[in-house]
Design a protein around this ligand. Structure first.
Ligand code: SF4
Length: 631
């Protein structure tokens, strides 16, 4: 019998043979891995052999939704796309909103697995049970906006949901994004490059089915109970009103507004870039993902001047910092245009901005000159240089080819001491908030399985201004509410990483679960129980998250990414912030990491999960297959 709330089928696509098959979703498998990110790591681990080149046909792409996708559960229409990452060489995944995840469920699929490589550019059209392999020769080279338009016109359906890559993915830029709904990005770890390496331009999907939940009345009642909690969340008016740019003010006040490749935590002329400026001058409307009451997505427009007429989704807080302040830029029209360019070309705005900021610091230090950069003056605050370099990266043109591989590889190619300014963890560029002023986030960057990742843990608890008693009550330590403190953060991060993994597998938005914890693990357990008909509790939910996180860890360990890679760039551990409210702060990673390993039950010398933990999580078979030696 088909499991309630799930689509019930796994679609397997072979690009070499242009053949498809389906298999039934197994109920035990679903309960063990839940969906989304959980399904993906299990498939990735099973089907991608150790040492596989991430850009070879042997890598696979997996797209999964979750048990809540397609229902009215708040902000639950997301999906995760995974593959081995060409940026880190380890586990790669990116999660996005929009409407694709729900549409996939309506077509009857929980996961889509894509094997092999097409011998010419194609796109897939999945129309319920029917799958067409269509030529994409005429759209190869087009940006994501044109691609969206052309495919919708060809299929004759404006409501069809599509994932696509831009020129950056076609040129296998190692941090190319997969875009959907025009402005939504599955941005991190280079999933767009993997699609490009397979000559796969887009995946269009149409589903005409529906989702049947096990206990519809209870399920609907619970939604009605949760939605007011979301509205009462103190972050709700900020996310709903200004959107994620409200975080600019928080970062600036805390001294963590990353500036000039993280040399500083505050910027001059902040009044030009505060969230008020964005909201009053550039934001024109909201844009929500499927079933989302928060509506954090914003559409912005530049009315006049050099970039007049630019209208785009975002920019999000992360994009404003990485394309803006990290490059010394505080001019909104430039940032909005650069953000739009990244969306159209299909680039991760975090890695793109970081890579250019890295090059700007190399330029400042005399490591790079105009002779190296095709004549582009990579000076701080130079918006024209930013835009020129974004184009060069997407097309791997000249010096852009060096930067298209990310800061880790680029710094090695440049040499002359450039590695000192390449800020990454496990090969992935660092996000926005300066973690010297948010120590839990710092630890989370170091331990995240996909590299420097603010979303793997998202320990917002330390930033929300809660009283110390709440820290004691929730996480056993009063200091967990203090962003400058390191004490108590190992457990805080452990808890958040496990919860985040399961939220990514249920495919609910993290803003619902993490901004002020409107949906807690016990709520997720109830939602899933009413949807599927299981009897889940908080303990089982958190165990699933821990299992997923540990299998990602084992995948990385198998690829040689382990203990020594759980580290931060020296800028965050050895260079105190020079000014602002965070003056003098560093991340005390050496104090946090041993405690974190102890809580995780990982061997301190090797970073390998101990047998007790492997057994507790039911990962014996997977661990045996890894060839790792445990204790
Ligand atoms: S909160 Fe924002 S990102 Fe999350 S689902 Fe809603 S609109 Fe999308």
């Amino acid at each position: 019998m088909k499991l309630k709330a799930y689509g019930g089928k796994i679609l397997i696509i072979n690009l070499d043979k242009k053949k498809t098959t389906t298999k039934k979703l197994d109920a035990l498998f679903a309960r063990k891995w839940l969906g989304g990110r959980g399904f993906n790591i299990k498939f990735l681990y099973e089907y991608v052999p150790k040492g596989t080149n991430a850009l070879s046909p042997e890598n696979i792409i997996i797209i999964s939704n979750g048990p809540l996708d397609g229902t009215r559960a708040p902000s639950s229409g997301r999906f995760t796309i995974s593959a081995k990452s060409p940026l880190t060489g380890g586990v790669g995944y990116a999660n996005s909103g929009g409407h694709f995840g729900a549409e996939m469920k309506y077509a009857g699929y929980d996961s889509i697995l894509i094997f092999g490589r097409s011998n010419e550019p194609i796109y897939l059209f999945i129309d319920d049970d029917r799958v067409e392999f269509r030529s994409a020769k005429h759209i190869w080279g087009k940006d994501t906006r044109d691609t969206d338009h052309i495919i919708k016109e060809e299929i004759g359906d404006e409501d069809i949901q599509i994932l696509y890559i831009g020129p950056a993915g076609e040129h296998v830029v190692r941090y190319a994004a997969v875009m959907t709904s025009l402005y939504r990005a599955a941005a991190r770890t280079g999933m767009g490059a993997v699609m490009g390496s397979k000559n796969l331009k887009a995946i269009a999907i149409r589903g005409t089915g529906y989702v049947e939940v096990a206990m519809p009345e209870k399920f609907e009642e619970y939604i009605d109970e949760i939605i007011p909690r979301i509205y009462e969340d103190p972050a709700f008016p900020l996310l709903s009103g200004t959107g994620t740019p409200f975080l600019l003010d928080l970062a600036y006040k805390g001294g963590g507004l990353s500036t000039k490749n993280h040399q500083f935590g505050i910027i001059e002329n902040f009044d030009r870039i505060s969230s008020d400026v964005f909201a009053s001058k550039y934001k024109i409307r909201d844009k929500a993902c499927f079933a989302c009451p928060i509506r954090c997505g914003k559409v912005s427009r530049v009315s006049n001047g050099k970039f007049g007429g630019t209208k785009t989704g975002g920019p999000e807080y992360e994009s404003i910092v990485c394309l803006g302040t990290k490059c010394g830029i505080t001019d909104y029209p430039t940032i909005i245009y650069a953000n739009d360019l990244c969306n159209r070309l299909g680039l991760d705005t975090i890695s793109t901005g970081d890579t250019i900021a890295f090059a700007m610091e190399c330029y400042e230090k005399g490591i790079l000159t105009k002779d190296d950069t095709d004549g582009v003056e990579l000076t701080w605050g130079n918006g024209d240089a930013l835009i020129e370099m974004i184009r060069k990266i997407a097309y791997r043109d000249g010096f852009g080819d060096v930067l298209a591989d990310g800061v880790r590889i680029a710094s090695k190619r440049i040499g002359r001491g450039a590695e000192k300014y390449a800020l990454h963890v496990k090969g992935m560029e660092v996000p926005s908030y300066d973690v010297r002023t948010a120590k839990g986030f710092g630890l989370g960057w170091a331990t995240a399985t996909r590299g420097a990742d603010h979303l793997a843990a998202l320990p917002n608890f330390e930033l929300l201004g809660y009283p110390p008693e709440k820290g004691l009550e929730w996480f056993g330590n009063e200091k967990t509410v203090d962003p400058y403190a390191w004490e108590g953060k190992p457990y805080l991060v452990y808890w958040h990483e496990n919860f985040a993994a399961v939220v990514d597998s249920a495919e609910m938005c993290k803003y619902t679960c993490f901004s002020a914890y409107a949906v807690k693990p016990q709520d997720l357990a109830i939602f899933i129980s009413y949807a599927v008909g299981w009897d889940m509790d908080e303990k089982e939910i958190m165990l699933i998250g821990e299992r997923i996180f540990n299998l990602e860890r084992i995948f990385n360990l198998r690829e040689g990414i382990g203990r020594k890679h759980d580290a931060l760039p020296k800028r965050f551990t050895d260079e105190p912030l020079p000014s602002g409210p965070g003056k003098g702060q560093i991340v005390e990673i050496d104090k946090m990491l041993p405690e974190y390993y102890r809580i995780r039950c990982w061997d301190w010398e090797t970073g390998i999960p101990k047998y007790d933990k492997i057994n507790e999580l039911g990962l014996e078979k997977e661990f045996k297959k890894s060839g790792l030696k445990g204790r």
